[in-house]
Design a protein around this ligand. Structure first.
Ligand SMILES: Cc1cc2nc3c(=O)[nH]c(=O)nc-3n(C[C@H](O)[C@H](O)[C@H](O)COP(=O)(O)OP(=O)(O)OC[C@H]3O[C@@H](n4cnc5c(N)ncnc54)[C@H](O)[C@@H]3O)c2cc1C
Length: 403
């Protein structure tokens, strides 16, 4: 082992980056620097909720039990998945205990970020954006050099001598683009919008539920602190942006109102909430890109959305970022503490993650079938009650990485 501590730079203190920083923070043989462009109190991108799969909680319990306890203490349990039509007819009501070993969680984004960042505050430089990265040129201390800018002061900075650069910088990863090229996204032709309202009607909406009107889908659940998270989706042209005309209250109301009658009380509550909070809605298009974990030079590791942007249909984006981070913590700790080789650790991470991630990406895409143009949500949702689909769900929720 060389005498110098290994310098690890993590780009992004999101889900994967924060957990990795947490897992490596106390290693005597490593210096861990996490760079996050958002300021410590900026949650502007985080004004929504999310459900984290049972598999993430199972993985955290196995690898980083303190973090599992932390998340469980600040969230609501996700225990069931119900699907209905917006008029009220129930199509599926699945207790997750049938397909998982433990509950998932429901949480606010801002809370999730705050909880994961809190234990690593000393290791994160907030308000610092990574602007450029490269393998060192002649005269520079390598293997990797990172250029940054302080977003508050505009001051530039350079971090050299970086032994491992981790891209935990999300879906539009600059790390991935720099070292592995910009991935070509595949658009499924579905718009998804998200909204968090500071109101709950526990008599109407509590645990995770979905409602269909044709392929147009509402999804909602209650989150801690008297809030309700709502996500709506509808088919769009895969080659076009979300049309402005549909971002109006009358258009959105029409998407979810059954043609043959009034919406159920649950859906009336959600539709009214959407139409009264148009300005707070976050709009996106369902997209994915091929998974990739490291570069040929074996100094770059991608985790979470940077490695495998997937569609959010099964709530597995942040969930898989958590699984990734758990595996990376173990493999890198072993390499760094035992004087092992970083390249070997990156190979081991990819070997442990690739097949699992490909399964999740494919399953998430397949489960989007009921949201595509022309889909029949009744047949598609009933199919999700059958043993083959539920066996895949059990594989998703139970087969977490081995420690
Ligand atoms: C509509 C929708 C709904 C979703 N719902 C769910 C859900 O219910 N459950 C679920 O598990 N997942 C869900 N996801 C997916 C989830 O949002 C992501 O998969 C998850 O956040 C990925 O975590 P990450 O750590 O890879 O990246 P992120 O959490 O996105 O973190 C990336 C971090 O990097 C920082 N960063 C980026 N570039 C730089 C730079 N150049 N310099 C410094 N910092 C940088 C960012 O500020 C950010 O903090 C959903 C996604 C969408 C679009």
């Amino acid at each position: 082992m060389s005498g110098r501590r290994k310098r690890i730079v993590i780009v992004g203190s999101g889900v994967a980056g924060s957990i990795l920083a947490y897992g490596l923070r106390d290693l005597p043989d490593a210096e861990v620097i996490c760079l996050e462009r958002a300021s410590a109190d900026d949650h502007s991108d985080a004004g929504t909720g999310l459900n984290v799969g049972p598999n993430a909680i199972k993985a955290l319990r196995r690898f980083l039990p303190d973090l599992a306890d932390l998340l469980l203490s600040a969230s609501l349990p996700w225990k069931s998945w119900r699907i209905s039509l917006t008029g009220g007819r129930e199509l599926m009501n699945l207790p997750l205990s049938q397909v998982a070993d433990n509950d998932g969680i429901r949480i606010r984004w801002s809370q999730l970020y705050a909880l994961l960042r809190q234990p690593v505050l000393d290791h994160v430089r907030f308000g610092v954006e990574v602007t450029a990265m490269r393998y060192a040129r002649a005269g520079e201390a390598g293997p990797i050099v990172v250029e940054t800018i302080d977003r508050a002061t505009g001051a530039g900075g350079v971090i050299d001598g970086v032994d491992l650069l981790v891209g935990g910088d999300g879906r539009y990863s600059r790390v991935r683009e720099t070292f592995l090229g910009r991935p070509r996204p595949y658009f499924l032709g579905v718009c998804i919008f998200r909204l968090l309202i500071e109101q709950s009607r526990i008599d109407l909406v509590d645990d995770y539920e979905q409602w269909f009107n044709g392929p147009n889908r509402l999804l909602a659940f209650r989150v801690p602190g008297n809030g309700t998270y709502i996500a709506g989706s509808f088919p769009i042209d895969p080659d076009e942006d979300v049309p402005d005309g549909v971002k109006r209250a009358d258009a959105l109301r029409a998407l979810y109102t059954p043609r043959d009658g009034a919406p159920s009380d649950q859906c009336a509550f959600l539709i009214d909430a959407i139409c009264s909070n148009l300005a707070d809605i976050h709009w996106a298009r369902l997209q994915e890109a091929p998974p990739v974990f490291s570069d040929p030079g074996q100094r770059i590791l991608l985790l979470g959305d940077a490695a495998h942007p997937m569609v959010p249909t099964l709530g597995q984006g942040a969930t898989q970022a958590i699984e990734d981070a758990c595996v990376a913590v173990t493999r890198l700790r072993k390499a760094l503490h035992g004087g092992g080789d970083i390249g070997t650790a990156l190979e081991a991470i990819e070997q442990q993650r690739r097949a699992r991630v490909e399964f999740v990406v494919d399953f998430s895409r397949d489960a989007t079938d009921t949201m595509l143009a022309g889909a029949d949500p009744v047949a598609g949702s009933l199919a999700k009650t059958r043993p083959d689909f539920q066996a895949k769900l059990a594989r998703l929720y139970r087969d977490v990485p081995a420690a």
